[in-house]
Design a protein around this ligand. Structure first.
Ligand code: FNR
Length: 181
């Protein structure tokens, strides 16, 4: 049976490396994974006061996560932690209290950065937040993609063969992980 995967990208930049990685994963995924990027850039900042008259964008986003079978975070690291736009999305779908739509959806995280350590800090801060939200996170393979700017060919349009292989290995493990739930 085909599984629906919500892919959340922690960068809004048009030429984002992380967005390119997310799109490459979508291209490489087997037919049994229906992976789609869920937009997070237009979500109003989380504010509990707004719950009374909840913004439509929040409701739509919560529905999209609720209707997915699993979640995948693909993100840069900003100042050694989670980019604000991604943290906001995590917060929005975690509320109102007791109605989090994250609970129980198997998840995984990939971080990518031009620096050598591949967003290690962001990767683990994402894990810290979503484990609290009861997302069972895949432990292995960990995926810190360092020097990501060197992982593309064809003027940045295509991912090189080495990176493709790494991503394929990750996807295979992720599919096995999802199928355990
Ligand atoms: C960065 N960058 C960065 N890189 C890193 O490895 N560790 C870090 O802590 C930071 N901090 C940081 C803060 C802010 C505000 C910006 C804008 C950038 C650099 C970052 O990895 C680089 O810009 C990536 O290209 C961002 O990912 P996308 O947009 O290409 O997906």
């Amino acid at each position: 049976m085909q599984k629906k995967i919500a892919v959340l990208v922690g960068s809004l930049r048009k030429e984002s490396f992380n967005k390119k990685i997310a799109n490459e994963l979508i291209r490489l995924a087997s037919q049994t994974l229906e992976m789609k990027i869920v937009e997070i850039g237009d979500l109003p900042f989380y504010n509990e006061d707004l719950e009374e008259n909840c913004p439509e964008k929040w409701t739509d986003f919560r529905e999209k996560i609720k209707n997915s079978d699993a979640v995948l975070f693909v993100s840069p690291e900003y100042n050694r932690t989670i980019p604000g736009v991604l943290k906001n999305a995590i917060d929005v779908a975690s509320r109102p209290g007791g109605k989090s739509v994250w609970k129980g959806k198997p998840g995984a995280v990939i971080t990518a950065s031009p620096s050598g350590i591949g967003g290690f800090g962001s990767n683990h801060n994402i894990r810290q937040a979503v484990v609290f939200l009861d997302i069972p996170m895949m432990q292995q393979p960990e995926m810190y993609l360092g020097k990501i700017n060197e992982s593309f060919e064809d003027n940045g349009k295509t991912v090189n063969e080495r990176t493709q292989k790494i991503l394929q290995k990750f996807l295979d493990a992720y599919e096995t992980w999802i199928n355990r739930f």
